[in-house]
Design a protein around this ligand. Structure first.
Ligand code: CIZ
Ligand code: SF4
Length: 319
């Protein structure tokens, strides 16, 4: 619409005037992903978002995603201004792993190497030895297991259990879950598979075990997008946030993408899986934050320096 085109034009002008770039997650609104791409920003998963932000020369990064992604950007770039369309965008994994309780859990198991998922607060990261994202959790935990480490893992129990099964590592798991991926239902997925016997099943490992067990490919968002592009199948059943379909359609326009069901009843997905916090990012509040400069991520510098150590370890491991 004309209104949307005018709004995007105003945002583009503000980005330029403020030396700001957009760093958007695959789960955000299609308009935001398209705008980030068009304006030289990045659309990706949390690992690549961190890498892009650290490599960018822009003075301001506008992180379209959830709060831990903005915090990671600030920890990696304390000299940059980090804005988000809405600072209230949180994550059930982050919320379910408060720093005090987590610290006590770590204290109770001092012989374990502490590995936390990127979906955590700066305080929890600061208490960890390693930060990982879903793209890199397997190789890092496999490496630690090889070195004889026992691993204390937080917060996602499904991802943790998947990593444990794949690597055979000795792992203690925190009891957290993603409210989006936990909703995929294995019984309903079996029915959808029967309706689409040729479809490849792609599953993000934050999903429950009995959903992961039905997958042809288990992987991070980036890995699932790659599967859609590279696999010969024409149809895919996809168990991750529906925001990902924009990039999948863009890179593999001829393929049919079927959302995995989140409801036990009915053979298809009525209301697709979508993170309520990712959905808090929109063109309107993006313009507002560029105008007002509020919604800025601020982190105590000493805390940031401690949280940087395990994040750097992850980024260095990847190279
Ligand atoms: O579920 C999330 O928040 C994901 C997939 C984050 C990431 O690693 O990009
Ligand atoms: Fe957190 Fe799940 Fe939302 Fe990702 S999709 S931000 S893991 S609640």
């Amino acid at each position: 619409t004309l209104e949307k085109a005018q709004l995007t034009d105003r945002i583009k002008a503000l980005l330029k005037a403020q030396d700001a770039v957009l760093v958007a997650h695959y789960y955000t609104d299609a308009d935001l992903q398209a705008l980030a791409e068009e304006t030289g920003g990045c659309v990706s998963d949390s690992l690549e978002m961190a890498r892009f932000g650290a490599a960018s020369s822009a003075r301001t990064l506008v992180v379209c995603g959830v709060r831990f992604m903005g915090e990671t950007a600030k920890i990696l770039n304390p000299e940059k201004r980090i804005l988000m369309p809405d600072l209230r965008a949180t994550c059930s994994l982050d919320e379910g792993c408060p720093a005090d309780a987590f610290g006590a859990f770590c204290d109770a198991h001092p012989d374990h190497t502490v590995v936390v998922y990127a979906n955590t607060s700066a305080e929890v990261k600061a208490r960890s030895d390693w930060v990982v994202t879903s793209s890199i959790a397997l190789p890092i935990v496999a490496y630690l297991a090889e070195q004889g480490h026992k691993v204390l893992w937080a917060p996602d129990k499904h991802l943790g259990h998947y990593v444990q099964r794949m690597t055979g590592a000795d792992m203690l798991l925190w009891d957290g879950a993603c409210v989006v991926h936990e909703e995929f239902k294995s019984f309903a997925l079996e029915r959808v598979r029967k309706l689409h016997p040729e479809a490849a099943v792609l599953v993000h490992p934050e999903s429950p075990d009995d959903v992961v067990d039905q997958a042809d490919v288990v992987g991070s968002t980036t890995q699932l997008i790659k599967a859609v592009v590279e696999m010969p199948n024409r149809e895919f059943i996809v168990a991750t946030d529906a925001g990902i379909f924009w990039k999948m359609h863009q890179l593999a326009p001829g393929k049919t993408l079927i959302p995995a069901p989140t409801a036990g009843e009915g053979a298809t997905c009525e209301s697709c899986a979508h993170c309520p916090w990712m959905a808090m990012n929109a063109l309107q509040n993006l313009e507002q934050v560029l105008l007002k400069g509020d919604q800025e991520i601020l982190i105590d510098p000493a805390l940031g320096r401690r949280a940087l150590v395990p994040i750097r370890r992850m980024l260095d491991f990847a190279h």
